[in-house]
Design a protein around this ligand. Sequence first.
Ligand code: ZN
Length: 144
Amino acid sequence: MIEQIDHIGIAVRSIEESTPLYRDVLGLEYEGSEIVEEQGVKVAFFKIGQAMIELLEPLDQTGPVARFIEKNGEGIHHLALRCDDIEGQREHVAGRGVRLLSDRPLDGAHGKLISFLHPKDTGRVLLELTQRREEGEGKFEDKT
Ligand code: ZN
């Protein structure tokens, strides 16, 4: 079951340069940042109620977020939907003709499990399914 919007991912060239807008101008609570090797990005989170804004900065010029910025410039990159059972949700959407971008859930930031749906099957909206591993786990650890 999909429970709520977990976060909105925004591709930026530099988290350092983008942070003042979200933290100082908008006054959102900065939750910390983290390197997500598997996605080739550094991420920073800002809390809004139960949801978050996730800034994504590419670690190099070859990853998917770097290519996104090259093509579209900075901007909204994906929408993440929190579910209670990512394996079940993957099967559910796959059974209804929506392709997944990985053959298993991947490691995301916050120690969460994530899977992206194929944007060609979702009206070009990049949707991320995300599941917190367990209550208390995935608590934010600032690794940078
Ligand atoms: Zn995300």
